[in-house]
Design a protein around this ligand. Structure first.
Ligand SMILES: NC(=O)c1ccc[n+]([C@@H]2O[C@H](COP(=O)([O-])OP(=O)(O)OC[C@H]3O[C@@H](n4cnc5c(N)ncnc54)[C@H](OP(=O)(O)O)[C@@H]3O)[C@@H](O)[C@H]2O)c1
Length: 301
């Protein structure tokens, strides 16, 4: 607790990324210390064990929101050592620092820990079986957190939506392509997941933090869809009906990292605890595209 503001102190790693862009807006009830490796943030590379330990000793956080990660799925496949360094060792460093200094750890993990064979959306009670290096490295982070700590939340998110000008993911890319007049756009329709608006994710984490119900949670917007479905919806929300979108098989886009057929998730534990405030994915996408993406793409109503 910061004695001056009387707010719990939260250290955020990787705060310069897509999810981090919503931290200031959502965690107003915390005294925030934002870290990353870029200008404008307190410098902290989570791969450096003594730097992480010293930082937590100096700042004495009540909560650590650990977002820092190597998130380029294909990059992780090509350079697995870099993936395990940032995602497994980095998470171990943060968990050890929480163990030493007492902060609650919130580790944001991924639906990419699942292998894709389930006909139904994955719940917290299904067994992870990652299809690629990124998923294995994030799962290694989960295992370390579970072994080292008692006061933690592991929160698995789905296909992330958000970021506005920092959006380097699917919705941001496809929106850019649509505004440059690329048509037809060919979009994969044989893989499915659960979109997750980063703003909703952080609001749900903030609520969960109040409960003290530590453990593993799925936290995606409700429902399942393909990238093709997301592209169609984004096009309609942007009012770009002239852009044609064709469904194609993932075999048309060979990539270094294999993808699971389905990463769709259900927030079963949040549902059972009456804490599932994650709305349906179409509502979340609408909010994001209209309020944040359209202005960045310079599209007026
Ligand atoms: N994006 C998704 O679709 C998705 C889905 C599910 C879960 N997640 C998880 O959600 C969390 C936040 O993801 P995001 O979408 O906000 O990713 P992001 O935009 O890539 O942000 C991650 C941030 O961490 C930084 N970072 C990377 N390595 C670091 C290190 N060694 N030390 C300190 N900072 C480091 C990155 O810097 P650089 O850009 O310079 O590397 C970036 O600013 C991650 O843990 C990710 O695994 C993401």
């Amino acid at each position: 607790m910061n004695p001056r503001t009387k707010k719990p102190r939260m250290v955020v790693t990787g705060a310069g990324g897509m999810v981090g862009s919503y931290v200031n807006g959502i965690f107003k009830n915390h005294d925030l210390v934002l870290t990353d490796r870029i200008e404008g943030f307190d410098y902290l590379d989570v791969r450096d064990p003594s730097a992480v330990m010293n930082f937590m000793e100096t700042n004495q956080p009540d909560v650590v929101l650990h977002l820092a990660a190597a998130t380029d799925v294909d990059g992780c496949e090509v350079e697995p050592d870099l993936a395990f360094h940032a995602n497994a060792i980095g998470t171990q460093n943060v968990a050890l620092a929480c163990q030493a200094h007492g902060g609650i750890l919130v580790y944001v993990s991924t639906a990419g820990v699942f292998g894709g064979g389930n006909p139904d959306p994955y719940t917290e009670f299904d067994t992870p079986e990652p299809a690629n290096v990124y998923g294995r490295s994030k799962l290694a982070g989960e295992v370390t957190v579970e072994r080292l700590l008692q006061r933690y939340y592991i929160v698995r998110a789905g296909w992330m939506i958000g970021g506005g000008h920092r959006d380097k993911k699917f919705v941001g890319k496809i929106g850019q392509l649509m505004t440059t007049g690329t048509s037809p756009l060919r979009v994969v329709s044989d893989k499915e997941g659960s979109p997750t608006y980063a703003k909703d994710l952080l609001a749900c984490i903030n609520r969960l933090l109040d409960t003290g119900y530590f453990g593993l949670y799925h936290m995606a917007n409700q429902g399942r869809c393909s990238r093709y479905d997301v592209a169609l919806e984004t096009r309609d929300l942007l009012g770009l009906s002239e852009v044609k979108i064709e469904p194609v098989s993932s075999a048309s886009f060979p990539l270094p990292a294999p993808r699971a057929r389905s990463e769709a998730m259900r927030n079963l534990k949040l549902e059972l605890l009456g804490l599932n405030i994650m709305r349906p994915w179409r509502e979340a996408l609408r909010d994001y595209v209209i309020k944040e993406l359209a202005p960045v793409l310079d599209i007026k109503d």
